[in-house]
Ligand binder design. Structure first.
Ligand code: 3PG
Length: 413
């Protein structure tokens, strides 16, 4: 078994009584047009660690980013953590004070007066230019009001930003929360010792986003099922007509090369054999199913068809381990959702150990109505993919006491 968490302390191991705890979370939740929280999964996932800190009597400073604010002050209002503060207020039944400027004297005074089990939430860390630059000076400001640092922001731990890397590097007492621990333990079962047959299901729009993970999964899995728009690039690379479907022309050579490498190996690599197609994505009422793998001129593939669904479900039923990342089609539109929801339901019914990568696939799993049947739905889209690709997560390495010299993937499987 991989020893990814060796040399990393967990929040339970710290005496937090009366200590100032800097708790980095990923509270980057989607907001609707009215600024309301559209999906609270990440906040709910962070609650056990916050509760633990409250029970241990810590003076708690919560911190997160939200969105990708670029132009200030224009982007400030729509990227504020205010709705998150309100949510936490209610969920924890505690007053959560939202602090605007970590660098200001007012903040320092406020923090000095913080009492055990009291909580403040720093406003979006990305409002400060130092955050994304992994700026040491900004990290020093954050460190100046922290005795202990805990990272429970799995979804952001692939980012070398100040609150993720520079800050813990300055801290003597540091570790991870319950969510981070669970995410790593679950993903390690996929990364290092998946029980065979291990099936990977990859979808989403672009082949280019998945090249590295695809290569990795080709080594560790017994089979890969492809859906979503990335399938049309692979079909097009085989000379199959795909109509007006999304094709990444600059990735056709990669797709051709991969298919020819696969033809020399006994690796299952399934592409859709039929499709749901539309004239225009804006008019889902035109949706129909193709007779074969080809898509006629003027039509666009937007979901896998019923024959593909059945074939994929049969493969899923045989698998002992499954990793799923990326929807099979435009699942947000009812008429174009059956492929994605079919895959979700087949995984939910299977007896496999299964992990759903975050982002769109997590949203699809939720929308399918069977989310509670999955073994684990990751809160990190980019982070889970980068971790599975083989990368060390900067956020994890920064809280490790004993540096590992090599990736466990190379030394023990
Ligand atoms: C995510 O939503 O994947 C994380 O919160 C990281 O956000 P980022 O991609 O904007 O860095």
């Amino acid at each position: 078994m991989a020893k990814t968490l060796d040399g990393i302390k967990s929040i339970e191991q710290f005496d937090l009584e009366d200590k100032r705890l800097f708790l980095r979370l990923d509270l980057n939740v989607p907001l609707d047009d009215q600024g309301r929280i559209a999906d609270d999964t990440r906040i709910r996932a962070a609650l056990p660690t916050i509760q633990c800190a409250i029970e241990k009597g810590a003076k708690i400073v919560l911190a997160s980013h939200l969105g990708r604010p670029k132009k200030m002050p224009e982007d400030r209002a729509k990227n504020s953590l205010e709705p998150v503060a309100d949510y936490l207020n209610e969920a924890l039944n505690k007053e959560i004070l939202l602090v605007e400027e970590p660098r200001s004297d007012a903040t320092k005074a406020l923090l000095a007066g913080l009492k055990p089990s009291q909580i403040i939430l720093l406003e979006n860390l990305r409002f400060d230019p130092g955050e994304e630059k992994n700026d040491r000076e900004f990290a020093q400001v954050l460190a100046s009001f922290s005795d202990v640092y805990i990272n429970d922001a799995f979804g952001a731990s692939h980012r070398a930003h100040a609150s993720i890397v520079a800050l813990p590097e300055l801290m003597e007492k540091k570790g991870i929360g319950f969510l981070m621990k669970k995410e790593i333990e679950m993903l390690d079962r996929i990364k290092y010792n998946p029980a065979p047959p291990f099936l990977a299901i990859l979808g989403g729009a672009k082949v280019s986003d998945k090249i590295v993970v695809l290569e990795k999964l080709l080594e560790t899995s017994q089979g890969i099922l492809i859906g979503g728009a990335m399938a049309y690039t692979f079909l097009s690379a085989q000379g199959i007509p795909v109509g007006t479907s999304l094709v990444e022309k600059e990735k056709l050579n990669f797709a051709r090369d991969l298919l020819s490498r696969l033809s020399l190996r006994e690796k299952k690599f399934l592409l859709p054999i039929d499709h749901v197609i539309v004239k225009s994505i804006k008019d889902p009422s035109t949706a129909k199913v193709t007779e074969s793998t080809s898509i006629p001129d003027g039509w666009m593939g937007v979901d896998i068809g019923p024959k593909t669904r059945a074939q994929y479900a049969a493969e899923i039923a045989k698998a002992k381990t499954i990793f799923w990342n990326g929807p099979m089609g435009v699942f947000e539109v009812k008429e174009l959702s059956e492929g994605t929801f079919g895959v979700a339901k087949a995984i939910a019914q299977s007896s496999s150990f299964n992990v759903v990568g975050g982002g769109d696939s997590a949203a699809a799993a939720e929308a399918s109505g069977v989310a509670d049947k999955f073994t684990h739905i990751s809160t990190g889209g980019g982070a889970s993919l980068e971790y599975l690709e083989g990368a060390k997560l900067p956020g994890l390495e920064a809280v490790r006491f004993v540096k590992r010299t090599s990736d466990p993937l190379e030394v023990e499987v």
